[in-house]
Design a protein around this ligand. Structure first.
Ligand code: PHE
Length: 453
């Protein structure tokens, strides 16, 4: 049975979907707090370098494998390499998709629940962080709240993936991404106009080089992977629906610009408000769910901005989550011949079930620890710190060394003929980064994650 494989309706469709995958909790929840904790502008500077010299080359490589293989990550690697080892690398991506989505949906569920909290006015009587911490603790300690919202979020993810590449993911991204940008701009303008916003800007933009260590560089690099959805086949899968008439180089640059831009304005929006209201900026992961509600309680118009903020966070999470489920679904559709509908529902439910131990880490299973880590922490650590960098390393090696660079050239040129005629040096720079710089640096990140140095 040969069924016509799905594809994007337009180049913009790919850009918005890929940007939707990239822009997620990583940009709005993680980036501001790690930048805040690691030297502000100094971290941002290092992060931007990592994005340019490693993120971009690996992103191009990943999209290229998918577009050329024209299949899910397993099928693409098999077609291009004919080797069991490389096919297994695709398989690791599918596994990572399962695991990331399983815990990603838990935090996304909290975000969804916080829209309701904001609407019901429960932030209004917060006086300081103790109140919001207690409230947060109570909510995530409640099994039904956590699991119910995780389930609800997964239903939304399943529905979009169920509807297909063009009718679901592309259409959803075309509505949600502009909405996300508008909401974020509104919140940023609000932040910038608050009294005392300049202290927030200074915090974010004034480099504190003394806070930068070797570990900062590794964190910046690790985050570059996570935020660009690299190393697990999400960009490969989205690339597999891309037309050969479009330029991978240009598209990848556009996706990166959007992702970076959103992370930066999220940082500005959050820190201007946090400083203007006089809260502690170095709150780590609790910044969003614990510090911000107090900020909203005290800020003029905070009721509306609280709702808008969590709506924004949920939208960002949703467009990333669909790319994670799509990796798994594309595998079962392409490799196992499943119908998309059946795959979306089945693996949406399976992912929800795999995510239960993560959701319960904050309540019922609070005391269950493996190596001192909760299920949630293990799932996060295993994927963000090990599977994604390992996947990225192997992708760089495959395209840089194994595939054969004449074939790589032939394929990456498709849709970008003019660009390469005008400036062939781009290819040379890309090749150099992919062959030498990326593998070495990513390898260092991996060693560090494994505690080897
Ligand atoms: N890039 C997403 C974020 O920043 C997370 C993600 C990682 C999505 C890997 C898909 C694949 O939140």
């Amino acid at each position: 049975m040969i069924v016509q494989r799905e594809n994007w309706g337009s180049k913009l469709g790919f850009i918005l979907a890929a940007a939707g995958s990239a822009i997620g909790l990583g940009n709005i929840w993680k980036f501001p707090y790690i930048a805040g904790e690691n030297g502000g502008a100094a971290f941002i500077f290092i992060y931007l370098i990592c994005i340019a010299i490693i993120g971009l080359p690996v992103l191009i490589a990943e999209i290229l494998i998918g577009r050329t293989g024209n299949a899910d990550p397993v099928g693409s690697f098999r077609k291009l390499s004919n080797s069991k080892f490389w096919t297994a690398v695709g398989g690791m991506g599918v596994m990572a998709g399962f695991i990331i989505l399983s815990y990603y949906a838990v935090i996304s569920g909290w975000s969804l629940g916080y829209i309701v909290e904001a609407m019901s006015g429960s932030f209004n009587n917060f006086v300081d962080a103790t109140d919001s911490n207690a409230h947060f603790g109570e909510l995530i300690g409640n099994v039904w709240w956590t699991v119910g919202l995780q389930a609800l979020f997964m239903v939304a993810v399943i529905l979009i993936v169920f509807a297909g590449v063009q009718k679901g993911i592309e259409r959803g991204s075309k509505i949600l991404m502009p909405l996300l940008l508008v909401i974020l701009l509104i919140i940023m303008i609000k932040g910038l106009t608050l009294d005392g916003a300049d202290k927030g800007l200074e915090f974010l933009l004034n480099p504190k080089w003394e806070k930068v260590t070797g570990v900062t560089v590794l964190m910046a690099l690790g985050h570059a992977f996570f935020t660009l959805s690299l190393g697990m086949g999400a960009m490969m899968t989205y690339g597999s629906y891309m037309s050969k008439k479009d330029s991978i180089f240009t598209s990848a640059v556009q996706v990166i610009i959007l992702d970076t831009f959103i992370a930066l304005i999220a940082g500005i929006a959050i820190f201007t408000a946090v400083f203007a209201i006089g809260q502690n900026p170095a709150e780590g992961p609790g910044l969003i769910f614990q510090t911000l509600p107090v900020v909203f309680a005290k800020m003029p118009g905070g009721y509306i901005f609280g709702i808008l903020f969590f709506l924004l966070l949920t939208i960002a999470a949703l467009t990333s989550a669909i790319s994670l489920l799509e990796v798994v679904v594309s595998y079962f559709v392409d490799e196992k011949g499943w119908a998309r509908h059946k795959a979306a529902i089945t693996f949406g439910i399976v992912t929800f079930l795999i995510g239960l131990p993560s959701a319960l880490s904050f309540n019922l299973l609070g005391d269950t620890k493996l190596f001192g880590l909760s299920f949630f922490d293990i799932a996060d650590y295993l994927t963000s710190n090990i599977m994604l960098p390992l996947g990225g390393l192997l992708i760089a090696i495959f395209v840089g060394w194994v595939w054969g660079f004449d074939k790589v050239l032939e394929n990456v040129k498709q849709g970008a003929e003019k660009l390469f005629e005008q400036s062939f040096w781009r290819i040379q720079v890309w090749k150099f980064f992919l062959k030498y710089l990326s593998p070495v640096l990513i390898f260092l990140v991996l060693l560090h994650s494994l505690g080897l140095f």
